[in-house]
Design a protein around this ligand. Sequence first.
Ligand code: MRU
Length: 344
Amino acid sequence: MRVEGKDYRTVWMEGSAVMTINQPMLPHRFEVVRLPTHRDTAEAIRNMVVRGAGAIGAAAGYGMAQVFIEATAEEPEHSNYVAAGYETLKNTRPTARDLFYAIDRVRSASDAVAEAEAIADEYVEAGRRIGEIGAELITDGMTVLTHCNAGWLAFVDWGSALAPIYFAHRAGRKVSVIADETRPRCQGSRLTAWELKQEGVPVKIIADNAAGLLMRRGEIDLVITGADRIAANGDVANKIGTYEKALCAKASGVPFYVAAPLSTFDLDCPDGGGIPIEQRGDEEVLYAAGMTDNGEFARVRLAPEGVEAINFAFDITLAKLIDGIITERGIIKPTADEIARIIA
Ligand code: MRU
């Protein structure tokens, strides 16, 4: 990701500290944060300073490496410290499969730091392959709808859903994007729009409830979203609202694709019903936060005092609504057989 002429990864390690881009500050301020200990890294995942399945995975992998660095410094046999650190990271967010994939890999590796680096590098390569492969779906002049943020910021580099768009754009094809704003945290309007602007891809933001109308009017040619976890039968957990977009796409005959690396598949979940769905605090729905025209950060209440909210962070899109899953090994049908074949 190139920001003001400088190349960045979304998450990396400097010495024993994890470094990441402070996502809640975007698009207003580009800021890098330093997370000196695994507890800071865990807190950054919980508070969504770093967010998006691949970025969470990379950060958690580095966080687990921090646990080993700290354990060596703190106690010679270190097994209690490692077990406690593992639990701290594991209990940050429940839905993204990549978090568990990364901490398990680093925990059982002989060199924790090297393993965490390898995971981050693999995310970069997976994003690049997903971009190359998925770009084949995008022909000149297409408008692609995406939900939430599944780009550079949600990975280590390239992204999942946005990677095919970046590749098509760099290949000289005319491609434009409709970004759902993605209430309540607005990853679409804050992050996806910012990323695409950095890259020079034309983007328009729509209110979350507008996609159905645009699809009926023939103004969307293709939908690509990311995934937080994919069950063995091809059901997909992704940001709340994804399911509705898939229903609208099916009703309007618009192709609906999911982009994700193999690390996001969870064969221990037979179907979407087995995927844990994170529920977050009421305040994300009851309030909106942003920057005033005077350049000050502000939070305003949107709903009456005393009213509660329901705030599920993800939903499940049924496999039958998905035309294909773009992986680093090719585009597959969301069926148990295809998934077992590609993971084997
Ligand atoms: O709650 P978030 O912002 O971490 O959710 C992110 C998403 O749902 C993305 O679409 C998803 O991680 C897929 S892209 C890696």
